[in-house]
Write a protein that binds this ligand. Structure first.
Ligand SMILES: NC(=O)c1ccc[n+]([C@@H]2O[C@H](COP(=O)([O-])OP(=O)(O)OC[C@H]3O[C@@H](n4cnc5c(N)ncnc54)[C@H](O)[C@@H]3O)[C@@H](O)[C@H]2O)c1
Length: 253
């Protein structure tokens, strides 16, 4: 019997996944769907529509918008009757020293990476509280804790995501809802495509500096997201689970 059949408590649960069209979000949709979840797959990129099939309803929406969060939850309830799981995955990065950064660039990173998380969490919690159960997983980064020159906006937003995760976790657990995060290491996705001709190759190269000597594939992060979203993670509350090939534990000299 496969692991999925032995441990699967995801089947029949209703999940909202943001940033579902690419990378870690896409791998999460694939994995949750394979385990029998019913999914609202949301992305600002219209290609998300290609994911539509039985058990997956797609939405083109921008996580920065309050209406997008409301609509994702309303659609989940209308289509599948409830919300059990929220995966706040949509995120963007900018590489620019603080002295060169515009206010609009700074605000945009925060609008996607943390305002979107707040809005979707609030709406999902409101739907989960009457059920007395639910799980929310926020996609963080080694940048929840560590940094390097040029990522002030990104690292600040992911630091905020870590504290948001912890604070909401202690509010939500009273209602039987668990809130956690993953701290992803370098993962071969499209997040750097605006900076490099081949963003995936750049991430693969960064990954070679981690103790594991490689970057992750999106499914390796999705596995931990799916675990945190499942009842198997029943005692995990407010954790930032590092999934980074050892990057955050290695002291670089
Ligand atoms: N790839 C990495 O190395 C890495 C490392 C640490 C953390 N992360 C985090 O993983 C998450 C997913 O990123 P990824 O690497 O899979 O990148 P990706 O670019 O491949 O996918 C991100 C998806 O989010 C969508 N998105 C972006 N802004 C949006 C918005 N305003 N509204 C709706 N959708 C939006 C994009 O269209 C895209 O489909 C992000 O939160 C990112 O910060 C990634």
């Amino acid at each position: 019997m496969s692991d999925d059949r032995i441990y699967n408590d995801i089947a029949g649960k209703v999940a909202i996944v943001t940033g579902a069209a690419s990378g870690i979000g896409l791998a999460t949709v694939d994995l949750l769907h394979a385990r029998g979840a019913l999914i609202i797959a949301q992305d600002r990129d219209r290609t998300v529509r290609e994911l539509a099939k039985p058990g997956i309803v797609t939405m083109v929406a921008d996580v920065r918008d309050e209406g997008a969060a409301r609509s994702a939850v309303e659609t989940a309830v209308a289509e599948f009757g409830r919300v059990d799981i929220l995966v706040n995955n949509a995120g963007i990065i900018i590489n620019k020293p603080v002295v060169d950064m515009t206010l609009a660039e700074w605000d945009n990173i925060f609008a996607v990476n943390i305002r979107g998380v707040f809005l979707h969490s609030r709406e999902a919690m409101r739907a989960m509280i009457p059920n007395g159960s639910g799980a929310s997983v926020n996609v963080g980064s080694y940048a929840c804790f560590q940094t390097f020159p040029s990522i002030a906006a990104y690292a600040s937003s992911k630091g905020a995501l870590a504290q948001f995760t912890r604070t909401l976790a202690v509010e939500a657990i009273e209602h039987g809802i668990r809130v956690n995060a993953v701290g992803s290491g370098d993962t071969v996705t499209h997040i750097l495509d605006h900076l490099h001709e081949d963003g995936g190759a750049a991430l693969a190269a960064y990954g070679r500096h981690a103790p594991i000597r490689r970057a992750a594939q999106p499914r390796e992060i999705a596995q931990v997201i799916a675990f945190l979203a499942s009842d198997q993670a029943s005692f995990m509350v407010g954790a930032i689970a590092m999934v980074d090939g050892g990057k955050s534990v290695l002291l670089q000299s």
